[in-house]
Write a new protein. Structure first.
Length: 83
């Protein structure tokens, strides 16, 4: 029963089952994105952080492994572009 887990933990559990990388890797990705946003002007950072949080929450109910994989690949690419 995962009713006590927040949306990020549910995504990370799905990501772990799918990739074997686990929660630490997914959490690291999320945190890395937020860290990359620190280099942005304040308004852009706030907008970017809000968007990232929103996207992770919106993907909470996703169960399709291909969609989950695409979600994480896209965010990994975004982070790579931010670096």
């Amino acid at each position: 029963d995962h009713t006590h887990l927040n949306c990020f933990e549910l995504l990370f559990l799905r990501f772990k089952r799918m990739t074997g990388r686990g929660r630490p890797a997914a959490l690291s990705l999320y945190r890395g994105i937020l860290r990359a946003h620190r280099k942005m002007p304040t308004e852009m950072r706030l907008l970017g952080d809000t968007y990232v949080r929103s996207e992770f929450k919106l993907h909470k109910p996703v169960t399709n492994e291909a969609q989950i994989e695409a979600f994480f690949v896209a965010w990994e690419q975004y982070l790579g572009q931010m670096m």
